[in-house]
Write a protein that binds this ligand. Structure first.
Ligand code: R5P
Length: 290
């Protein structure tokens, strides 16, 4: 049996200690230093040779720096004699850039595929699979970790009886479906047009009637928050004020969280650490990597 060592990268500290405890595995933090010119220097602080090295990295905030850090760590681990080098990524970026929208653009997820081929296994919590339906199309060594049931449990505990689930766009319907399957409630899926990262328009299906319900808007990612904010605007026009925004990955770029909290209760899972990361999905990662 190869012994396992959980290595926390800079974006994995909020989850990796808990992971190692639950797995009864050795733990270490990757040392990360930055030179004045922004080059980085990483160092494993424990012996990793002949071990199954599991790097934990959630790509939020300075995601491009975190990509370099993770790749440096993976190559170094191999060079230092690790038996296997794996990645647990509670939030993995660039899935949304799965197509060339404009001539000359980079299809980012295809580049990520090449860069991350160094890993023997990659575990990703709820990758944004939309046009690409299967994680294995990008990462043959990839494992998708689904966490819908944790959202169901959370909502169940809120004890709200008159819930209307709302998906702000077609892609969100897969997560909405999972929740309603567990909670058996009404749903509405909106259509969304995106003109730029901060300009979106959401539209209700025709002839839809909404009662005075509590609306839970569900999406996999909240990034700039504009998808949620536009949906909230639409609901407020209909005098609906009991609104929750629930997401798996709370990216919350710029002041997105502050703006959303003005009009709704906001909850996310702990794939990314922040003040609304109230749904703990660590257990599902443990099950996947055991
Ligand atoms: C995209 O299709 C995703 O499911 C989300 O709807 C999107 O990432 C939300 O982005 P934002 O918060 O920037 O509107």
């Amino acid at each position: 049996m190869i012994s396992i060592i959980i290595v926390s990268c800079s974006g994995g500290k909020h989850i990796s200690k808990k992971l190692s405890r639950k797995l009864k595995a050795e733990y270490c933090e990757l040392e990360l230093k930055k030179f004045p010119d922004n080059e980085i220097n990483i160092k494993f602080t424990k012996n990793i040779s002949n071990k199954r090295v599991v790097l934990v990295q959630s790509f939020y905030d300075d995601i491009n720096d975190k990509i370099v850090e993770t790749l440096f760590a993976a190559h170094t681990a191999k060079e230092l004699g690790a038996k296997k080098v794996e990645l647990v990524s509670p939030y993995f970026p660039y899935w949304r850039k799965d197509k060339r929208f404009k001539p000359g653009e980079c299809v980012s997820i295809q580049v990520m595929k090449k860069l991350f081929s160094v890993f023997d296994k990659i575990y990703i919590v709820e990758p944004h699979l939309h046009r690409i339906k299967n994680i294995k199309t990008i990462f043959p060594q990839g494992v998708k970790i689904s966490v819908g049931k944790y959202l169901v449990n959370y909502i169940h505990k809120l004890k709200i009886h008159d819930i209307l689930f709302m998906g702000p766009d077609m892609e969100s319907s897969q997560w909405v479906k999972e929740l309603t399957h567990g909670l058996g409630k009404n749903t509405i899926i909106l259509s969304k047009e995106r003109f730029s990262s901060k300009k979106v328009k959401v539209t209700l299906p025709k002839n839809v009637k909404i009662k005075k319900e509590t609306v839970i808007i569900v999406d996999d990612i909240i990034s700039t928050g504009h998808t949620m904010l536009e949906t909230i605007k639409l609901l407020r026009k209909m005098k609906l004020k009991r609104i929750y925004c629930i997401a798996i990955h709370g990216v919350f770029a710029e002041d997105a969280l502050k703006r959303l909290r003005k009009y709704s209760k906001v909850v996310a899972t702990n794939t990314i650490p922040n003040r609304v990361a109230k749904i703990d999905i660590t257990e599902e990662i443990v099950k996947a990597i055991k």
